[in-house]
Design a protein around this ligand. Structure first.
Ligand code: 5RP
Length: 234
């Protein structure tokens, strides 16, 4: 198994270990969270924890939760979320995030922001000095507004590219039936909180992938002296 996969697995295991009995857990999206979902299912099956229900952040999370026999509920039947576990594409020193590599950031933000505790699971390659340095910023846009939204984002200093499908002709369509623009700000992102609001104020934008002031704990997978370790950033 390659080093990145080992790191993802270890942080997934560490996050799953935080889940307690009788709780409602937000289930994030992506390859790292997939391990957390698997290990939560394993703990339920082993009787280590009981009465845990999940709230999925995507179709992928829903499929995995069903595979690992984690009961699911919707936000209409619960009044709180105890813990959310989710991945990220970049994490800055203030625990601000870029998410949306899986085009699921809209539902992820709803669930992660509602949780009493939001735990982010990443490998060490996701830690950056400033956001948008290694990863483009995803923005979910309703299809009829794609042209004017692109122009307004470019006026903000971003280069915007429509995300295209892999092994599928045409653009990526989100779980909500929308399109995704991936942004590179040539001058970087200096004020993530302001930019998150500015982008979301553009008519036709559903949500962007900046998660500012939402994360409570980052679990970082590292390989030290050839051995996998999990570092906590709180
Ligand atoms: C999906 C996300 C993912 O959490 C993010 O892309 C990280 O994914 P991975 O763990 O596969 O690197 O935001 O929208």
């Amino acid at each position: 198994m390659d080093a990145v996969t080992v790191m993802k697995q270890e942080v997934g295991r560490a996050a799953a270990a935080l889940v307690e009995s009788n709780t409602i857990v937000g289930l994030g999206t992506g390859s790292t969270t997939a391990y957390a979902i698997q290990f939560i299912g394993d703990r339920l099956a082993a009787g280590e924890i009981e009465n845990v229900v999940g709230i999925p952040t995507s179709f992928q999370a829903e499929v995995l939760a069903k595979q690992y026999k984690i009961p699911l509920v919707g936000l209409d039947v619960v009044d709180h979320i105890d813990l959310a576990i989710d991945g990220a594409d970049e994490v800055d020193p203030d625990k601000n995030l870029i998410k949306g590599g899986g085009a699921a950031h809209t539902r992820e933000k709803v669930v992660d922001a509602l949780a009493h505790k939001f735990v982010v699971v990443v490998d060490s390659g996701k830690m950056v000095d400033s956001l948008n340095s290694t990863f483009l910023l995803p923005v979910e846009v309703i299809p009829m507004a794609i042209a004017p939204v692109t122009r307004q984002l470019e006026a903000l200093g971003a280069k915007a590219e429509l995300r295209m499908g892999v092994r599928k002709a045409g653009p990526v369509v989100t779980d909500e039936g929308n399109l995704v623009l991936d942004l590179k700000f040539e001058n970087g992102i200096t004020d993530p909180a302001a930019l998150e609001k500015t982008i979301n104020n553009i008519p036709g934008v559903l949500e962007n992938g900046l998660f500012v002031g939402v994360a409570d704990l980052i679990l970082v997978g590292e390989i030290i002296d050839g051995k996998p370790q999990v570092r906590e950033v709180s």
